[in-house]
Design a protein around this ligand. Structure first.
Ligand code: ADP
Length: 498
């Protein structure tokens, strides 16, 4: 049965894993890669565009300067000997001028045209020029024009003199070096981009895989806790939010485990403690079955059965109250309660029992008002006073005092009774703990009183402790600390003001 349940759990787990195949690791890594691709791509495009613009501007400026230089040189040559008109001059001196300009412009290929667009000079006479007709027509209208053919930029500028346009100068510019530079930058960017992409993808993948593994460990831990296999150690050790979450899960698991064990122990004790009086009652009924006519037995049985039944009832009431406190955090109606009347009332209610046992109760209280639930306070004082009477000796005393210390009320209940051995002190407030079974049975104790008292005191924001007894002194002193009303309301006001 257990095996098959386990198998079923593993199977669903496997299915879930299948569902996780395109899990966080891949999603995150791919998203990171896509983002990086976008960034690197955009950056590359921007850089390349910038280089292109820069190159074009530089070439345009250079060629403009060269064409102006050419224009000036041709004009100067003409003006040095202006015997014929400009067009005749260009036709005659064109070849020589083109050659001169070629060497002047560091070996550039230069072509000269007259005002009709006829070629009059060419620094490289064998080259063909018909492809540039359209551009030339444009330049003949007094405008700068250029075109790109293969890795050559063919630039044309009008030869403008004071008399108007006399022709066109055409200068070739090789784009090879610029292209090489552009290509090498593009290749570099591409390589860096691919490298960065691969590297960051790998880094992202490894990192996210670690995170996902941690999440998976937490998931498994949660599954274990769900199936009752509590963990004590934090399943993931990291110094980040996941580590904190893991610590939290481990803490929660420890808490659930200890609360579960406490409850189990409590239930065990409850059943065990209930058994004793019931067994005793059953034993008496058996005896009565056997000796129906024994009047002495009848009386003894009646008295004892009543005592055991009372004990049972008291236990049931206390257990119910304890579990109520445990489950509902108990709705406490805190109000200002003057302690003196309350303590005197508790003493009065125990007076009959005390007189019966030959014990004197004395209360001595300052006027102190605490902020607490009245019902709970009554319960607390009755229980502690009852113990002080119950575990006392004939001729003994119980002193109840109340004073103020700091922002607290201090209630002390001192008795001259049988005392509590040192080894019992640590367990005194645990449910069902009794110093000795005989003592408890004799006094009709249940071992629940002090655990209930402690829980109630804590709910009032107070504390209870058994004071260390002075050597040689008889009895014990319990000290209960409770927050006083004025300071409680002052603190409240302070909080409101803030
Ligand atoms: P009970 O109902 O048995 O009195 P409590 O929880 O009130 O249970 O007390 C637990 C045990 O502590 C008691 O069994 C008793 O032995 C011991 N005890 C409590 N108060 C006193 C006291 N004033 N003097 C001596 N022993 C005490």
């Amino acid at each position: 049965m257990k095996g098959s349940a386990r198998y079923a759990a593993t199977a669903t787990h496997r299915e879930r894993r299948k569902g996780l195949r395109f899990g966080l690791t891949w999603r995150f890594s791919l998203a990171l890669a896509a983002l990086l691709l976008l960034v690197v791509g955009t950056l590359t495009l921007l850089v390349l565009r910038e280089i292109e613009v820069n190159q074009r501007e530089r070439v345009e400026a250079l060629l403009k300067q060269r064409s102006e230089l050419a224009n000036l040189r041709v004009q100067q040559t003409y003006l040095a000997n202006p015997l014929v008109d400009a067009q005749t001059f260009l036709r005659r001196s064109g070849p020589q001028l083109a050659a001169d300009l070629g060497s002047l412009l560091s070996g550039a290929h230069v072509v000269l045209y007259d005002a009709n667009g006829r070629e009059v000079g060419n620094s490289l006479p064998l080259s063909r020029t018909d492809a540039v007709r359209d551009t030339l027509d444009y330049a003949l209208q007094g405008k700068i024009a250029y075109e790109v053919s293969e890795d050559q930029l063919i630039y044309m500028a009008p030869l403008m003199w004071t008399i108007g346009q006399v022709g066109v100068v055409q200068i070739h510019y090789s784009l090879q070096a610029d292209r090489l530079f552009y290509d090498s930058v593009a290749a570099g960017m591409r390589n860096i981009g691919i490298g960065a992409l691969a590297f960051s993808f790998l880094l992202g993948f490894l990192y996210v895989r670690r995170v996902v593994r941690a999440i998976r460990s937490l998931h498994l831990a949660a599954g274990d806790i769900r199936e009752g296999r509590y963990i004590t150690e934090s399943p993931v050790k990291r110094r980040d939010e996941l580590g904190e979450l893991s610590e939290g899960i481990a803490y929660m698991s420890r808490e659930i485990k200890s609360s579960f064990e406490r409850q189990k122990q409590f239930m065990g004790s409850v059943s065990h403690e209930f058994k004793t009086p019931l067994t005793s009652i059953i034993a008496y009924t058996d005896l009565l079955d056997m000796y129906r006519d024994d009047p002495q037995l009848l009386e003894e049985a009646r008295a004892n059965m009543r005592k055991e039944a009372d004990r049972l009832l008291e236990m049931v009431e206390k257990v119910l109250r304890l579990s109520e406190l445990e489950q509902y955090e108990f709705s406490q109606r805190a109000e200002a309660v003057p302690l003196r009347p309350l303590l005197e009332e508790a003493a009065r209610r125990l007076q009959a029992k005390a007189t019966q046992l030959g014990i004197a109760i004395r209360t001595e209280s300052e006027e102190v008002t605490v902020m607490a639930d009245r019902e709970s306070l009554v319960h607390i004082f009755l229980n502690v006073l009852d113990n002080a009477v119950k575990y006392n000796e004939p001729g003994g005393r119980v002193d109840v005092s109340c004073s103020m210390r700091g922002g607290n009320a201090i209630v002390r209940v001192r008795d001259t009774g049988i005392g509590i051995p040192d080894e019992a002190r640590a367990k005194l407030f645990e449910p069902f703990y009794t110093v000795s079974k005989d003592r408890a049975r004799l006094s009709g104790g249940t071992g629940l009183g002090l655990s209930l008292v402690k829980r109630l005191v804590l709910l009032q924001g107070g504390a209870i402790e058994l004071l260390p007894s002075a050597s040689g002194a008889r009895g014990v002193t319990f000290e209960i600390t409770l927050p006083i009303a004025s300071s409680a309301s002052a603190a409240h006001e302070q909080r409101l003001q803030r």
